[in-house]
Design a protein. Structure first.
Length: 149
């Protein structure tokens, strides 16, 4: 869940919370004090995961689940074809499976999206075809270059 890194004479703790990676430098220079801080952090993360502790909300606090809930709630009846809505829900399930429904949108960056595309490229596509062939036509996200395959 959390790890401790040695950076010169200081220590840094690295952890993930609600899909966002955090790293914080500890003011301690002794490994025993840093190890204690790591144990306290892991205990807090376990309590958050178990629902006994509520993490502070993000700046926006908009989660992936909330975003999709709002999106589908404002759709006007008949404004989209049923097949379009079905496709949107397929994408929703894939994103929730990869990021988790509690993922905070304000922490989303191109690295997250690239990791999602890489993960999807290994999934089985429709009718047993691999998604990799479809995704190989696109350049890495954010590069602006297109593949000529």
């Amino acid at each position: 869940m959390a790890s401790l890194e040695v950076r010169g004479r200081s220590f840094r703790v690295v952890f993930r919370l609600q899909g966002i990676k955090y790293s914080r430098t500890l003011k301690a220079e002794k490994s025993s004090i840093s190890a204690d801080a790591l144990l306290r952090l892991e205990d807090s993360l376990d309590r958050i995961e178990g629902g006994m502790l509520v993490p502070p909300p993000g700046k926006d606090g908009l989660t992936l689940a909330t975003l999709f809930g709002r999106c589908f709630s404002i759709l006007l009846a008949g404004s989209l074809e049923p097949s379009t809505i079905q496709t949107m829900k397929i994408h929703q399930r894939q994103l929730k499976r990869f990021f988790g429904k509690a993922f905070l949108i304000n922490g989303l960056n191109t690295g997250h999206l690239q990791a999602f595309m890489e993960s999807r490229s290994h999934d089985a596509g429709t009718n047993g075809r691999q998604s990799r062939r479809l995704l190989s036509r696109y350049a890495p996200f954010g590069t602006g270059a297109a593949s000529t395959n």
